[in-house]
Design a protein around this ligand. Structure first.
Ligand SMILES: [Zn+2]
Length: 302
């Protein structure tokens, strides 16, 4: 590849983007779609770096540094995945896009665009209908089904997927030759093929320690904890919301491993059912159904 992306996997997607840039066939808006933590926003930032850096995305110049840090004047970001995006937010973005440009491009990055309210989405649609000159908009979502079809029809969608355990393991060994083999293996298991998550765990020992703790908790309560203990675990999860995602990742990993090692078809079926229930619970949580209800139901069904 021409640019130094420093990204694991997604070669086809990155090649497509490079070819769009090289051939002058850049879309005015890209939508990077795929499940959470596969590295979509990281890719979005890198595209911004490639477009803004005057030296082939050198990773050394001031521009590269500012884009990475989020302080580049013509690279506008709306990050986050929780709070909804309101019409006022879109108006402010449009105002900034209309200011005089000091770089080659104005680049607008919006994370998790499913957060847009209906009014915001309609206002955003107008921007897409008449995009300003030399402006590239890069959007990400893990819920493409929730995006207005009229928006989808005006963007170039690039899908991002997960990678295999073997591939991830090989890449992490290449990228981090000094790291302990056991740690790399664990990270490959916990990240469930999501490369963004794997890199995050490699580089954040606190997050990894947290995953290890949840892993032990999950194993212990699947073995013998009673309902009261499980419900009090739910209580703790709700108190610290970001733990819910970790819990779901680990639970999926543990049950999938159990399922794969199960020789009795009956027991295997039970694990598959549990995995389906985790999937359903995850969907309900995304739809803002009462967290306690969803998690307690899940606990009862495992
Ligand atoms: Zn540079």
């Amino acid at each position: 590849m021409k640019y130094n992306w420093s990204i694991i996997g997604h070669e086809k997607q990155l090649e497509q983007i490079e070819s769009d840039i090289e051939s002058g066939n850049l879309a005015h808006t890209y939508l990077l779609s795929g499940s959470n933590s596969v590295g979509k926003y990281t890719v979005a930032k890198k595209i911004a770096g490639i477009l803004q850096c005057k030296d082939n995305f050198c990773h050394k110049c001031n521009t590269c540094y500012q884009v990475q840090k989020g302080s580049h004047i013509d690279t506008i970001e709306l990050r986050g995945n929780k709070e909804s995006i309101k019409i006022m937010d879109i108006r402010k973005l449009i105002e900034r896009l209309n200011m005089t440009r000091q770089s080659e491009y104005k680049v607008l990055l919006i994370q998790s665009i499913e957060r847009m309210t209906k009014e915001a989405a309609n206002s955003f649609l107008k921007l897409l209908e008449e995009p300003p000159e030399r402006t590239v908009i890069i959007l990400t979502t893990n819920r493409v089904g929730d995006i207005l079809p009229t928006i989808i029809s005006r963007v170039r969608t690039i899908k991002f997927g997960i990678v295999s355990y073997g591939y991830l393991n090989k890449k992490l060994h290449e990228l981090y030759p000094d790291r302990d083999e056991k740690v790399i293996n664990e990270i490959c298991l916990f990240s469930l093929g999501k490369t963004g998550k794997a890199v995050h765990l490699m580089e954040n020992p606190d997050s990894l320690a947290n995953y290890m703790k949840v892993y032990r908790d999950v194993q212990s309560f699947l073995d013998h904890r009673n309902v009261a203990d499980r419900f009090s675990y739910v209580e703790n999860l709700i108190a610290e919301e970001k733990q819910i995602e970790v819990f779901f990742d680990i639970l999926t990993h543990v049950l999938r491993t159990k399922m794969l090692s199960e020789s009795s078809p009956e027991k295997r079926k039970k694990e598959i059912n549990s995995l389906l229930k985790i999937g359903e619970a995850g969907m309900l949580l995304k739809k803002n159904v009462n967290q306690r209800l969803v998690l307690e139901n899940l606990m009862l069904s495992l």
